[in-house]
Design a binder for this molecule. Structure first.
Ligand code: NIG
Ligand code: FE
Length: 424
């Protein structure tokens, strides 16, 4: 039982009919001096500490109940990081320096860097090595309050290496206390050997990768990088079609570099469309009328030094359901930190701290079709919470670049973040 919680952000009260939008994005359902009772990996009850301590059942079972004193702290649902690419081997430091010197993300890719330059490492790696890399990233996420993470393949770009990546993700997931949602991103880039016949690569993704990933239960979602220099709208629709006929749900990277009209992709009811830096008014109103979540990844805009961010205010004011995610990857967003992303959302996209927290929890859960079990602290949901050593939830966004996450509970198991140097 967690008790003496200064601010318990339950996020309860969603009507459950769709992801949160408009004013619902600000509703944190705060209980002051709160308590949360968990059993068997689930949340059993929430309320005030004084009522919990007086409760007959709690008093009777006091000896069996592990108590966690959260005096002066903030407890919120574990972050749901709904967009991440941790299945790679090395950082891309040459690309990093090229961009610092002025090259754009696309120019770096054209010069032989970018996604393709991570492929060799993944193809050569043993599955166990890749699994260790994924687990390392997941552990870094957990230490910053993330208890659910979407985890994409996408740096193998061959049948064997994409399946190997998904298997490595599975191994890492089995060794991580949080919840991993695997996504096949075979359509991330056209690999070099298909450079002159990109349609054959789309065919490989649709006819082999997707059916095998589905058959072997290695992925819940299929993703595609639909953008200038990546896959066309037509290719992407083909990928969506293949996913649908193999029983997998869909999501897409879209309009990061140039606009693609959203109408046709939305007809597949993707759980989420991600990035959307370039949208016009027609796209915004289509999104607002759909249950597709718009997942914003401002870590990318920050890291690439774009000086420009997705139009979060415009989307929110129009009624679009917005989520936030790290997009952890070696090219455009090497951060595992949801608190940092929440901070960027506030300072750079003018989302309020409450909107950013809702976007990083319950709307992330909707973006992964996990809204029934994740993203809020309500009886019956999984016992996934983050304990922050702050007095006020707004500090999570305010203390930029610091990790105030003191502990997490993931599927009912508590982990403490033991930080800091010891004085010699
Ligand atoms: O989400 N846009 C495509 N994919 C990633 C970048 C991947 C990479 O550069 O390795 C993204 O930004
Ligand atoms: Fe991405």
């Amino acid at each position: 039982m967690l008790f003496n919680i200064r601010q318990l952000l339950t996020l309860r009260g969603a009507d459950g009919s769709g992801p949160r939008r408009g004013r619902e994005l600000t509703e944190l359902g705060i209980v002051e001096d709160g308590a949360v009772l968990c059993a068997g990996g689930k949340i059993v009850a929430i309320g005030k500490t004084k009522d919990a301590l007086r409760d007959g059942w709690v008093r009777k079972n006091k000896r069996e109940i592990a108590e966690v004193d959260c005096s002066g702290k903030v407890v919120l649902p574990g972050f749901v990081d709904s967009h991440a690419h941790p299945a790679f081997i090395s950082p891309r430091l040459v690309d990093f320096e090229k961009r610092i010197a002025g090259a754009s993300y696309e120019q770096v890719a054209e010069a032989g860097g970018g996604i393709r330059s991570s492929v060799d490492g993944v193809r050569r790696a043993e599955k166990t090595q890749l699994a260790q890399k994924v687990l390392f990233a997941l552990d870094a996420m957990l230490a910053q309050g993330t208890t659910t993470a979407e985890t994409k393949s996408g740096y193998g770009l061959s049948l064997d290496s994409e399946l190997k990546s998904l298997e490595a993700i599975h191994t890492a997931a089995c060794n991580w206390p949080g919840t991993v949602i695997p996504t096949l991103l075979g359509a991330h880039a056209v690999p070099l050997e298909f450079q002159d016949k990109p349609q054959d690569y789309v065919e490989l993704v649709c006819e082999e990768m997707i059916p095998q990933a589905a058959k072997r239960n290695l992925a819940k979602f299929v993703d595609v990088f639909c953008d200038r220099g990546a896959f066309s709208e037509e290719d992407s629709l083909r990928v969506f079609e293949a996913a649908r006929s193999n029983g997998l749900a869909v999501r897409a990277h879209i309009s990061q570099l140039a606009r693609t009209p959203l109408q046709n992709l939305l007809s597949f009811s993707p759980a989420s469309l991600d990035h959307i830096d370039y949208v016009d008014d027609a796209d915004v109103s289509l999104l607002a009328r759909s249950d597709t979540v718009a997942t914003l990844v401002p870590g990318v805009n920050h890291f690439l030094g774009l000086g420009k961010y997705p139009p979060a205010r415009k989307l929110i004011n129009a009624g679009v359901a917005v989520a936030l995610a790290t997009d952890f990857n070696p090219g455009s967003s090497p951060t595992t930190s949801m608190p940092f992303v929440v901070s960027l959302a506030c300072t750079q996209m003018r989302m309020s701290p409450s909107e950013a927290i809702v976007a990083a929890t319950i709307n992330g859960a909707w973006a992964l079709q996990l809204q029934k079990s994740k993203g809020s602290i309500e009886p019956g949901k999984d016992a996934d919470v983050a304990i922050f050593n702050v007095n006020d939830y707004r500090e999570i966004a305010y203390w930029m670049g610091t990790n105030a996450c003191e502990a997490v509970m993931a599927n009912g198991t508590l982990f403490r973040n033991r930080r800091g140097f010891e004085r010699n």
